[in-house]
Design a protein around this ligand. Sequence first.
Ligand code: RAM
Length: 522
Amino acid sequence: MSIQKLKNQVIMRNEKFIETAEQLKPQLHETIVKPSSIVQIKAASEVIHGCKSEVIAPASSLTDSEYGKKDSVVLDFGDHQVGYLTIKIRPAGSPPDAPLKLKLTIGEMPVEMAEPFENYNGWLSSSWLQEETIFVDVLPAIISLPRRYSFRYVKFEVLDTSPKYKVVFESIECKSVTSANLIEVEKISHEDNELQRMDEISLKTLADCMQDVFEDGPKRDRRLWLGDLRLQALANYQTFGNNELVKRCLYLFAGVPDDNGRVPANVFVAPQLIADDTYLFDYSLFFVSTLHDYYFATSDVETLKELWPTAYCQVELALERLDENHILMDTPDWWSFIDWQEGLNKQAPSQAVLIYTIKQAIRLAEELKLPEKDCFEKQLEVIVEATRTHLWDQEQQFFISGSDHQVSWASQIWMVMAGVLTKEENTKLMNRLFAENPVVGIATPYMYHHLIEALIVSGEKEQAITEMKIYWGGMIKDGADTFWELYDPKNKDFSPYGSHLINSYCHAWSCTPTYLIRKYNL
Ligand code: RAM
């Protein structure tokens, strides 16, 4: 164990765990992918973001054209890629008497080709927007760009050559990378085409996020978040079965707790493992969940034994947030995630996450035959009772959250997931939720996943399928090759970050239809 003092945290580095994680670092599979067509981006008010791509020529015809100052071309790779670009360029005309100045814009969606990044004014860094300006002194040249991109489209804009020469793009290719192995996945052939397609796109989404850790999004934030990991791992057990990668990620989190033992909400893995200084109540508890799910998927008791103290500690720390009524203290800061829904009060859904994860901790303690089991059981009883007393509104027949007694979708969904009520009561609650449709709704596929699972566990399988078709099916109709970080069918420009340009269009927490379809035989 080594102590690392940082600006906002003290990190207790567990070098043994970090070494275990290092040993589990996967090999990336590489595939060379060439663009399929030359496209033009057209304004189209009827589609998402108001623009679409239209094929104008096969990519093989690219070498027929010479590009000079102010010329541009957009290439379509036909599907979502995560990888490295190599471009072969030759001059045409007189000997190049000035460098080539070339701008590349790289995007997952047509809108990234259409709207200038200069206009972006969201609150996340604009440096996430994928673009390059390169100067080439000597032509012909083979340029291998050092950064990894997440994209389907690439726009080439020749900013300048000289009046005496133009350029020809002889070849462009992407070395796509992933640690997922599609061959490992058992194919399903679903009689329902929509569910079949959802399964395929989920697999592609998960595969593109599987790099040397389970990344949340290969375009942004390109790092390991605990909340995303939990869902990726669930989808992975049903598909790729890359259990070593889940194990690696668990050890990475367990390797960098703070001086109280709390695991961070996310970690960076380069230049070395670094704990981010963001801590979220629900995400820390999902360490317990992820370990629970990992253990029951693999029966790897050695890992369970080694990581149990970290899991135990997350529950103990979470319990410290309970007030004298055994209800979580609510504060105005970003203490728990739950969802990006604006105005969402986190108290009740977080209380439900606590109950959900204590139940999982009890199952793990039982496997390990530990006395902590009895202690957690007693605490659970008290907390569930308190939740029914203080957070259930008898009159409205809904769970309420925070000092304003907010009724949100997230509170009801998580309380169903936590099993606070009986199955019959859960079914009634879910039906009431749809009938009364409280205004504080759902903003992300992450929360939608929990809505679908809550419907399934309360016996409403058919409705779960209907909702999946509206939501993930809606993304497919709107052109998704991989599932998105954010999607609001009623407000398709939605972004919690101030601009849809910065949204991620291949996002791990959106990959769960494959899990839901396969696990629950939908
Ligand atoms: C965003 C990312 C990530 C998520 C966090 C809480 O920054 O989308 O996936 O886990 O929020």
